[in-house]
Design a protein around this ligand. Structure first.
Ligand SMILES: [Zn+2]
Length: 459
């Protein structure tokens, strides 16, 4: 999920906020976000779930769904708001004027009221479409326009011609609905929601100023919703408390609540679509660069780099930012290029795809719970962040991941990091480590679906 058309990613002084580590963190998480093209992961993860391959659901327009549930939805969202305020210590309360009333009006009014009530980008149309895998052509007369799917002009990792429109009432595969929905949070749901992003919605939503990342770089504005730094040391939180102002837990809980509600109200299409939204954030937290600020760098070094920067010695900090940015980009590019090539070649034995279908570790997280985000999912990816970071250094050219003087161009559609790998031994170790991440992503995807699927009760 690397952004296209956004080239202004070099470190700069913009976005500085107080605290020793402020400048470090101001740029780290704004560049590359999570895994690339989540449906590539989700299709594999769900392919091994019993009965999933043949399950179908009838597509339903968002307006039809909202019109039917508008009387009952406010109470559910009020309950969700109460949970978030009581449970999440850094949660910014939703302003009362955003409450979803038992609104009357046309589809556009219902949709706008809903998007505001859940505080996502109000440019999202939530139209009906499914994404097709690499190598599957969508007929020209079936294409769903990219501009209707996303508020972004383009995404480096998603072919705009892979989206196929669906009509209300069409029967679609549940696996495709869920997989497609796992890309939707990267299509703009969380873009420009902070008050300093220059969008009208940000002034209303009450999230405050963007805690880290460049508030003027639109794709980076979603970073605090897709990253969760739960495993840094106390000194890092003391000096850079804003790192705790992240929202994946709130998003996962909200979208799982909406999923359960939709199923219970007899709207399974939206049950599955909201489930896919929740799965996106769970998958993101399996990405080590989403749960650690500077993998492989000790807290003492982080603080020292910050001190030097405050004293006017900017070199170490600039270098650290470039290094972590490029490794983050390299990991995503590697995962995306390798997996999309495997799809195109119908090579389902690629180790990354096999790992996503590997259920051997599912016993360690059979059913997802709210506590799983911190205690299991992000804890595991944080624990291996340093090892993976070191392996990236051994596998890819120093010019990219050690001594680079500038960040890699994430908008470069031709960049294929897979071709830049070192000798086979290091390649094999790299494959194993990324496959381990994919095994976790597959397990976590299934754990969320199992707990939401009305037909999986007791399974
Ligand atoms: Zn994401």
């Amino acid at each position: 999920m690397l952004p296209g058309g956004e080239r202004s990613i070099r470190p700069c002084r913009r976005g500085w906020r107080g605290g020793v580590l402020a400048v470090v963190a101001a740029f780290l998480p704004s560049v590359a976000l999570g895994w690339s093209n989540h449906p590539l992961c989700t299709w594999q993860a769900t392919a091994v779930m019993p009965g999933m391959a043949d399950r179908m659901v009838r597509a339903e327009a968002v307006g039809t769904f909202l019109a039917d549930v508008s009387g009952r939805l406010p109470a559910v969202l009020d309950g969700e708001e109460k949970w978030a305020r009581e449970t999440l210590p850094f949660y910014a309360p939703r302003p009362d004027d955003l409450r979803f009333g038992a609104a009357v009006g046309d589809e556009a009014a219902l949709r706008a009221g809903f998007l505001h009530a859940i505080r996502v980008n109000d440019g999202m149309t939530l139209g009906l479409y499914v994404q097709r895998p690499p190598g599957v052509d969508v007929p020209a007369d079936r294409l769903f326009p990219w501009s209707s799917a996303s508020v972004l002009r383009t995404l480096e990792d998603t072919d705009p011609h892979s989206l196929e429109r669906v009509a209300e009432g069409d029967m679609v595969r549940v696996a495709d609905v869920v997989a497609t929905a796992t890309n939707e949070p990267d299509f703009g749901l969380d873009i420009d929601l902070w008050q300093d992003n220059g969008a009208a919605q940000g002034a209303r939503y009450g999230f405050g100023v963007q805690p880290f990342g460049n508030p003027h770089l639109s794709y980076g504005t979603q970073a605090p919703f897709h990253m969760g730094f739960y495993h840094e040391s106390a000194i890092v939180y003391r000096t850079a408390g804003y790192l705790q102002r992240t929202y994946p837990e709130a998003r996962i809980h909200l979208f799982m609540t909406l999923s359960r509600f939709a199923f219970a109200q007899g709207h399974p299409y939206w049950g599955w679509r909201f489930a896919g939204w929740a799965v996106h954030y769970v998958q993101d937290l399996g990405q080590p660069y989403h749960v650690r600020v500077l993998p492989g760098v000790s807290a003492a070094s982080m603080v020292w780099i910050g001190v030097l920067d405050r004293l006017g010695v900017h070199g170490p900090q600039v270098a650290a930012v470039i290094r972590v940015t490029n490794r983050h980009v390299v990991l995503e590019n590697y995962q995306y290029r390798r997996m999309s090539a495997a799809y195109r070649a119908h090579d389902m034995d690629d180790p990354l795809l096999m790992a996503l279908r590997d259920t051997s570790d599912d016993v360690s997280l059979r059913r997802f719970a709210s506590s799983s985000v911190r205690e299991v999912i992000s804890a595991q990816s944080a624990a291996v962040a340093g090892v993976l970071d070191a392996q990236l250094v051994r596998t890819f050219p120093a010019a990219d991941v050690v001594a680079a003087e500038a960040t890699l161009d994430v908008a470069d559609r031709d960049m294929n990091i897979v071709s830049r790998q070192a000798p086979p031994g290091e390649q094999a170790r790299m494959t194993r480590l990324v496959a381990d991440r994919m095994r976790q992503v597959g397990r976590d995807t299934r754990a969320v679906i199992r707990v939401l699927d009305p037909e999986a009760a007791g399974r």
